[in-house]
Design a protein. Structure first.
Length: 501
């Protein structure tokens, strides 16, 4: 949980950007992310140097900041490595610090693209310094210096808070899935140490981060073992995106949550460049569902399932390919996927119901993505089998996610239906005898097929209607006349009082 002190520190840093005229929230976040990375590099080396001294001056290999000078490839000037370190330049006067960071430090971090340090360093090639003046940089460096970057729990929360500020600003926030919805999906899917988890449209890596946090919370003791720890750090998490900025933001988000070396990369997951097949045991995603692609840029294997240009359908097709047999997927989709009448919509629903095992459809309230979009969405959960297996599908009609459903999205006094969704999904035996009048219930495959593979909850939900008996018109009219007489009498008494005065 982020503290009030941390919030105040971040708010102050954020305000420094805005006061200097940097009002694009994505630019603010990206510049903060660069500076976090620069500080983390120095903090990491300071820690290694302290450990070496404690061991009697043991030699340190693969230093980021070496002895001697570094040649700036942009200016062709030699610069002492020491000047590139946060712990050094933060103590310089503002003009010196501004020039060193702008000219040398940013040029230096662009050269760290080998990936040997962190996944973040792989995407620094086009990093741009956009802080306009020395006074602003000085205030920002001073603010960041107060943050304990070595406290992963605290810094993870801090970064989530920054992402939340970016979303709240209304700019570039539409890609950010609400964290409580992500957490709900993760707790429903219950990832394990055996999983290989992928988000093919990762954005800020929210699904991967929450999956990592879940693993750490539930498998703390097992992660002590080197084999388990290595898998967690290096081979458990995969994410792809076509936006270099989002790759940097996602990589930093993961790094601050303790995932040092995730397999994230620049890739159009729907293109022929993506050769993944039968690789992952769990897909968690909220893929884009407003796009329309040309057939020429889409991998042909996806079009064999559903010939469409709609990204929301193509991603579902992709999941059936990249999952290993018995692999599971939980994905947010627009409601149109559930009932769309086109051949492509019907084809993807038939694919999930007939060729795989469709497990659940959770209908979410329309305001979940406000203020950016009022579109109604749902969560589809299925298991890849390639031979069918759908017997019955669990439906849940979520009415509240714990926040108001207007543009303000104010936190309510409770968590809405989310705890109930998780509890019921993870206890299928308790769902067997529920009626269609309840929030959740099972529907047989036979009934779904008979209804044209319609997956909307209202198609199957039984609405209980209560008979209301109204008074006879003459009774209502008599009461109105009685009230009218009382009003006329009151008016007459008031007029009399006025005349007497």
């Amino acid at each position: 949980m982020i503290t009030g002190e941390h919030k105040n520190q971040i708010d102050s840093i954020w305000d420094s950007f805005w006061n200097a005229g940097v009002t694009s929230s994505i630019t603010v976040l990206e510049q903060m992310t660069y500076l976090f990375f620069i500080k983390l590099l120095d903090d990491s080396q300071l820690k290694r140097e302290a450990n070496a001294r404690a061991l009697g001056g043991q030699e340190i290999k693969d230093l980021v900041f070496k002895e001697g000078n570094w040649m700036n490839p942009e200016t062709k000037q030699k610069v002492p490595y020491a000047h590139l370190r946060w712990s050094v330049f933060k103590n310089l006067d503002s003009v010196q610090m501004f020039n060193i960071v702008r000219i040398d430090v940013f040029a230096f971090i662009k050269t760290l693209g080998s990936g040997k340090d962190t996944a973040f360093s792989r995407y620094m090639g086009n990093a741009l310094f956009m802080i306009p003046n020395e006074r602003t940089l000085s205030k920002i460096v001073e603010g960041i210096s107060k943050l304990d970057m070595n406290n992963k729990d605290a810094m993870g929360d801090v970064y989530e808070y920054i992402l939340g500020k970016m979303a709240a600003s209304g700019t570039n926030g539409q890609f950010r899935t609400p964290r409580h919805i992500i957490r709900m999906m993760v707790e429903m899917m219950k990832p394990t140490l055996e999983d290989r988890i992928c988000d093919p449209a990762m954005g800020s890596a929210g699904f991967i981060v929450e999956a990592a946090k879940y693993i750490e919370e539930h498998y703390k003791q097992q992660l002590i073992k080197k084999e388990r720890s290595d898998h967690f750090r290096n081979t458990m998490f995969y994410g792809f995106d076509t936006d270099q900025t989002m790759l940097r933001i996602g990589a930093m988000n993961l790094m601050l949550h303790g995932v040092d070396n995730p397999n994230i990369k620049y890739q159009d997951s729907l293109s022929e460049d993506n050769k993944d097949k039968n690789l992952y045991s769990l897909v968690l995603a909220n893929p884009p569902f407003t796009g329309s692609l040309d057939y020429e840029v889409v991998d042909k294997s996806l079009l064999t399932i559903t010939k469409t240009k709609k990204t929301e359908l193509l991603f579902l097709s992709l999941f059936t390919r990249i999952l290993e047999p018995s692999g599971r997927a939980a994905s947010i989709v627009p409601d149109g996927v559930l009932f769309g009448s086109s051949n492509a919509h019907l084809a993807i629903r038939k694919e999930l119901v007939d060729k795989h095992q469709l497990n659940a459809v959770i209908s979410m309230p329309a305001g979940v993505f406000k203020p950016y979009s009022g579109v109604s969405t749902a969560i589809l959960i299925f298991t890849k089998t390639d031979f069918g297996g759908t017997d019955q599908v669990w439906f849940y009609d979520m009415q509240s996610d714990g926040y108001s459903l207007d543009d303000k999205r104010t936190k309510l006094d409770n968590d809405g239906d989310i705890p109930d969704v998780i509890a019921r999904f993870n206890n299928p035996e308790g769902e067997v005898n529920r009626t269609r009048k309840d929030k959740s219930f099972f529907v047989s495959k036979k009934e779904i097929v008979a209804n044209g593979y319609d997956l909307t909850v209202n198609k199957y939900k039984e609405v209980e209607r209560v008979q209301v008996e109204y008074e006879k018109p003459e009774v209502v009219l008599k009461r109105i006349k009685g009230l009218q007489k009382e009003i006329e009498k009151a008016i007459a008494n008031y007029e009399k009082l006025v005349k007497d005065e």
